[in-house]
Ligand binder design. Structure first.
Ligand code: HEM
Length: 480
């Protein structure tokens, strides 16, 4: 390997097709599907799933439909969204940890919570939080600069830490009782145990039957709940004694939130569940987007150099991330990373009543509808060179030709990610802060994406982190 580590044949091949399971042609038996769902659900997709827009039939979950047709997706997620609710499997994985938070609530409870929480994440609200993201991003750069030169760093872990610190700062002004590391550790344990699909859930076993993962996740859930109670009580006490306790954060906004329709606030349990939900939904997701973006850039030196040039020319990172001007390529890299490695690789719904999807297909009552951003984002009928890293497709001028319902990292319709703007601004600030200071080079085995609620690299993301004072090598081989 040459000293820069970029020019080996293996790397050149990876530039063509960043790592992902190779879908086979052979249909899988039920037991094999079950095992694959447990180990890595990405591996159940066959070649035909990447070619055909709609695949329906009896499967392991009963009758199911896999939709990769943008018009049909729009029908299910937007036009007739009222006919679909989150399916039981998804709820059984998420609900024990996230309770009746926004992500797992349904029906009237969800509507009320969404109305009440929407003002917390408007572009204006996110703008007020953006400068608070700079500190934790700079602290991450500082941590990396203190590492011994030549030492390999697990960037997946670092990204999890920085996105957690940003949530802790914007949400609680960093007042996590017992310390952020313990909270983050419990969260990691939760995703590593609860996050795997349990065969009992696939078989539709009753909820009272104990699942190993859920049982193992219990201490982390209990830990979160206790922590969150302490945080809320401390803030209430502070607000009772101090009139204007510094700059308001998301916790202040949660405590003050009122349903615009009724004027009522959230219950204590709802506040707690939503704090845990925001951390659960808004932490690993953004961390994974950043981890894959850094990996893809480490394999694409010309793009990385172009991003570095863009970032070096920006003086106010928070303002540029908010306006989008000046960081177009940085943004495009994040969007392309989420195309190839969508942090939420699969969305699923259950049909409440029979539905005719605009003559495209018929979805009977009770059917499971799977919309997989992973599949959709690599679908041969929707993307040119779907397996290649080509951030240019998201640059202004090209981006407009991407079909709205062909790209769904944040979902769509009434249940679209409430934290979308927050996440994009955060990801741009962190990526720009780190790339200003360092050059990241992947070290070790080729990382494979594995679906465990979110899409993570199977062995973490070991990387060399080098200060950027070395004159860059000019390499255009990854640009088309
Ligand atoms: C790159 C980062 C993120 C990605 C890719 C992402 C992705 C998603 C997706 C796909 C959904 C829709 C799920 C479905 O329809 O079944 C969703 C919902 C949600 N996300 Fe995010 N998310 C990210 C960051 C965040 C952040 C930062 C927060 C909060 C701080 C957040 C909070 C939520 C909540 C509360 C919901 C549920 C919304 C509802 O059902 O009304 N997410 N997210």
């Amino acid at each position: 390997m040459n000293p820069t580590g970029f020019a080996s044949d293996r790397r050149a091949r990876q530039r063509q097709r960043p790592p992902a399971p190779l879908p086979g042609e052979r249909e899988l038996g039920r037991l094999e599907i079950l095992l694959r769902l447990r180990r890595n659900p990405l591996t159940i997709w066959r070649r035909r799933h990447f070619r055909e827009p709609i695949i329906a039939g009896d499967g392991i979950f009963g009758y199911g439909v896999v939709l990769s047709d943008p018009a049909a997706i729009r029908h299910v997620l937007v036009d007739n969204a009222a006919n679909y609710r989150k399916d039981d499997l998804q709820r059984s994985i998420l609900a024990p940890g996230l309770g009746e938070g926004l992500l797992t609530a349904e029906g009237e409870a969800w509507k009320r919570a969404r109305r009440t929480l929407a003002p917390l994440f408007t572009p204006r609200a996110v703008a007020a939080l953006a400068t608070r993201m700079l500190g934790p991003a700079a602290a991450a750069a500082e941590r990396l600069s203190r590492r011994r030169p030549g030492r390999i760093v697990d960037i997946a872990q670092e990204m999890t830490r920085v996105t957690f610190d940003i949530l802790a700062e914007t949400m609680f002004s960093n007042a996590i009782a017992g310390g952020a590391p313990a909270f983050a550790k419990a969260l990691t344990a939760y995703f590593g145990t609860q996050g795997r699909i349990d065969p009992l859930d696939i078989l539709g076993a009753p909820a009272w039957l104990p699942r190993l993962g859920r049982w193992m996740a219990r201490p982390s859930i209990a830990f979160f709940e206790a922590q969150v109670e302490v945080i809320i009580a401390a803030r209430r006490a502070l607000r009772a004694h101090v009139s204007a306790a510094g700059q308001p954060d998301l916790l202040d906004a949660l405590l003050e939130a009122r349903d615009p329709a009724t004027g009522s606030g959230l219950s204590e349990a709802e506040i707690g569940a939503n704090i845990i939900t925001f951390i659960g939904a808004g932490h690993e997701t953004t961390a994974n987007a950043l981890t894959w973006a850094l990996y893809l850039l480490s394999e694409a030196p010309a793009t990385r150099q172009a991003v570095e040039a863009e970032i070096d020319a920006v003086s106010d990172l928070a303002a540029a991330a908010l306006s989008g001007s000046g960081l177009a390529l940085t943004r495009a890299v994040i969007e392309e990373a989420m195309r190839l490695y969508p942090p939420v690789p699969s969305l699923s719904r259950t049909a409440l009543a029979d539905d005719d999807v605009g003559g495209r297909c018929f979805i009977p009552r009770g059917a499971l509808v799977v919309i997989s951003p992973y599949l959709l984002h690599r679908h041969e009928t929707l993307w040119r060179e779907p397996d290649r890293f080509r951030p240019e497709r998201f640059l202004p001028g090209a981006r407009e030709s991407i079909e709205r319902y062909a790209y769904l990292p944040f979902g769509a319709g009434p249940r679209i990610c409430i934290g979308q703007q927050f996440a994009m601004v955060e990801a741009m600030i962190v990526l720009a802060t780190l790339l200003r200071a360092f050059r990241f080079e992947h070290a070790g085995e080729t990382p494979m994406p594995v679906q465990q609620i979110t899409l993570r690299p199977d062995q973490g993301m070991p990387m060399h982190v080098r200060p950027r004072h070395v004159a860059p090598r000019f390499d255009t081989s990854d640009l088309s």
